[in-house]
Design a protein around this ligand. Structure first.
Ligand SMILES: *[C@@H]1O[C@H](CO)[C@@H](O)[C@H](O)[C@H]1NC(C)=O
Length: 487
């Protein structure tokens, strides 16, 4: 056996010792580095005050730019690092109040006041919290009971003043704006909410609703769809989406049926569409107008009238509705009403010749309605023969002869005059034709006064008889058959 220690005792000494010294040197260096580098870390986890203040500082920066959730995280960390850091509690309480997380905020304020009793500023903040919390509760119940205006005041003047980052209050405000029909206000408010949180489903829903009530259905649809992509089971979004779909479908069907002349079906569709959402005035105004039009076409004047009136209650400036209501009134023989509506329409739209045409038609009908109805006066039908007219005249003239009505002479004279005038027109072929055509002609009984212009002049219809009765009328009574008529 060879003893290696004995063979190489010297070489071992030389090489090994150098290596050992070098190794010790390296180890020392590493240890020194370790001590230098790790020292701060060790002391940081032990020396809490430094670290907690850092978090506090970070939180302050986040609060400045309104990143409240980040600020909260830092404050939580600060408090975890130092449970007695009073400043962190008050800041946390403040943020929680801004966010209207009132219960948590309240405990944090209390915790602060426990550490620093009697701080007036924080006590004031705590009382603002109480005001804001109760105002939010009041506003919610006012909303439920329908007192929109008051609720809005609570939200605007209290809740959002002390809790400007309260999304619950913001959303309530938007709902209130929607209830008070301030749709552009609701759109603006939801715009702010969505800018901070573009996936806010409630905001998407309410904003969609606002566009819906403005009858901007495509934009409303896009909001509902975006919301449903985020949450396909959101029941209110689903309801809004399918409700709008249905309304669009019914409306289209009504319009198609009207166009195709399927009037009765159109009536049903319009009625069904209106019933889908009676509050949707911006859209329903068109549905009521469509319904009115169809009803006019069907000759259902009374129903058409009420549909058109519905339109004009919503928008009294709606020219087309005025025209259609004029038509409806013609159907119900309300000539004056028709002229009134059509005049209003023509005034609003002086260039529209079709309105002028209907107006002229109405004016003529009104005039015709005012003239005397000779047929009625003689008690004959419009198709009566000459012989019938003559017979009727004779009978009535006999009955109303003033001499035979001494007790009511004046009435009899008037009647007699009227009967004679009726006979004058209806016994003359040419005049009768013109009268039937409704031609406006002096002496055709136009203008309400009637009769007065007719006279017998020198002609005495009762002449030849024993009793003399003289009429003092100008003009001439056409003789014709009259001459041969004796009593
Ligand atoms: C303070 O607010 C936090 C929420 O950020 C909550 O967890 C905590 O319970 C509140 N109260 C105290 C005494 O810290």
């Amino acid at each position: 056996m060879i003893d290696l220690h004995q063979i190489y005792p010297l070489s071992m000494d030389m090489v090994a010792w150098r290596g050992i010294i070098f190794t010790i040197f390296i180890l020392n260096f590493v240890l020194a580095c370790q001590l230098l580098l790790l020292q701060p870390l060790v002391s940081a986890s032990e020396g809490q005050p430094v670290k907690a203040d850092d978090y506090l500082e970070k939180a302050a920066q986040s609060i400045k730019v309104k990143r409240y959730s980040e600020a909260l995280e830092d404050l939580n960390a600060a408090i975890e690092a130092d449970q007695t850091l009073s400043e962190a509690y008050s800041r946390r309480a403040n943020i929680l109040r801004l966010l209207c997380r009132y219960d948590e905020s309240e405990v944090n304020y209390s915790k602060y006041l426990e550490l620093k009793p009697g701080n007036a500023a924080v006590e004031k903040e705590l009382s603002q919290l109480h005001q804001a919390r109760s105002a939010l509760e009041t506003a919610s119940s006012l909303y439920d009971s329908g007192d929109v205006k008051k609720a809005l005041e609570y939200v605007d003047k209290v809740v959002l003043v002390f809790s400007p980052a309260c999304s619950k209050a913001k959303l309530l405000k938007v709902k209130l704006l929607l209830s008070s029909k301030d749709y552009s206000g609701a759109i603006a408010e939801t715009g702010y909410i969505l800018k901070e949180d573009e996936d806010n489903l409630d905001a998407l829903l309410v904003r969609g609703r606002a566009y819906y009530y403005l009858a901007d259905h495509d934009v409303a649809m896009r909001h509902y769809q975006k919301g449903l992509r985020l949450d396909p089971e959101h029941s209110e979004l689903k309801k809004a989406y399918f409700g709008l779909k249905k309304l669009q479908k019914k409306t289209k069907s009504a319009e198609d049926n009207l166009e195709k002349g399927k009037l009765r079906l159109a009536v049903e569709d319009y009625k069904a569409a209106i019933a889908l959402d009676p509050d949707h005035v911006a859209h329903n105004v068109h549905l009521h107008l469509g319904l009115c039009k169809v009803l006019v076409k069907l000759g259902r004047g009374k129903d058409a009238l009420s549909s058109c009136t519905e339109v004009l209650t919503i928008d009294e400036e709606f020219i087309e509705a005025l025209v259609q209501r004029g038509e409806a009134k013609l159907l119900t023989e309300d000539w004056e009403g028709a002229v009134e509506d059509l005049k209003a329409a023509a005034q609003k739209s002086p260039q529209d010749s079709s309105i002028r045409e209907v107006l002229m038609r109405a004016e003529k009908a009104l005039k015709l309605s005012k003239r005397k109805d000779w047929y009625k006066i003689l008690g004959v039908s419009k198709t009566a023969s000459v012989a019938e007219i003559k017979r009727a005249y004779k009978k009535l003239a006999l009955k109303w002869h003033p001499d035979k009505n001494n007790d009511n002479r004046e009435e009899a004279e008037n009647k007699f005059r009227e009967i004679a005038a009726a006979y004058e027109v209806l016994s003359d072929d040419e005049k009768r034709v013109r009268y039937d055509r409704g031609e406006d002609e002096e002496g055709m009984g136009m203008g309400g006064g009637g009769g007065g212009g007719y006279g017998f002049g020198g002609f005495d219809p009762f002449g030849g008889g024993g009793q003399q009765y003289t009429f003092h009328f100008e003009g001439g009574f056409p003789g014709g058959d009259f001459g041969g008529f004796h009593f």
